[in-house]
Design a protein around this ligand. Structure first.
Ligand SMILES: [Fe+2]
Ligand SMILES: [Fe+2]
Length: 194
């Protein structure tokens, strides 16, 4: 039987040593926010906590190491051409292969940069927590209020801002993000009830 509390502490140590101090603070903010949201939506907080600790695990790895991991992941062409998206796929890979996370525990890590169609509640919790944690430059406590009441609306608001920002920079929109957007626009107005 795996002692997951110990695993969380081990993962925190490893992550602390592989990212900068500001990024580690961001990660702690995401962990807190994600656990609060998970409890609010009656999810088991432990898998979310583990995913939150590991979600940016590979973001600051040296490029050769990232590329090596990418070879294992075999991402789609659009992801391959967007370095900002790499770490979600490589961190997902390491969560499973370095920390033995069950597939479903690791899944939110994989989608935390693009989102996707038919996101699970856990996927949304990590995606939203990553964007609204208190250390973010544009921190707004109202975002947390919305996320606690209606995670689907919070997700939609964040994704809209991200898509618009990406378009303004003249960069391509990943089709998983577009799939997510279309799904959010057509799904039931309240996807998951608190
Ligand atoms: Fe990230
Ligand atoms: Fe992050």
């Amino acid at each position: 039987m795996m002692n997951w509390e110990n695993r969380c502490n081990q993962a925190l140590e490893v992550v602390k040593n592989s990212v900068s101090a500001p990024r580690f603070l961001h990660i702690l903010g995401v962990v807190d926010t994600a656990v609060t949201l998970a409890k609010n939506y009656d999810l088991d907080p432990l898998p979310i906590k583990m995913a939150a600790i590991l979600h940016d695990r590979t973001k600051e790895l040296p490029k050769p190491q990232q590329l090596k991991l990418l070879e294992e992941v075999k991402p789609d062409l659009m992801t391959l051409k967007s370095p900002a998206l790499w770490h979600a796929k490589t961190a997902h890979y390491l969560a499973i292969h370095e920390f033995n996370l069950p597939e479903e525990w690791a899944e939110p890590i994989r989608w935390h940069t693009t989102g996707r169609e038919n996101m699970s509640l856990s996927d949304m919790v990590l995606y939203v927590a990553d964007q609204i944690e208190p250390g973010r430059e544009f921190y707004d406590p109202m975002d947390m209020k919305l996320a606690l009441q209606d995670i689907g609306s919070a997700m939609k608001k964040i994704l809209q801002a991200k898509l618009m920002y990406t378009m303004q920079k003249g960069q391509p929109l990943h089709y998983d993000s577009l799939g997510c957007w279309n799904w959010l626009c057509t799904a039931n107005s309240r996807l998951y009830e608190a």
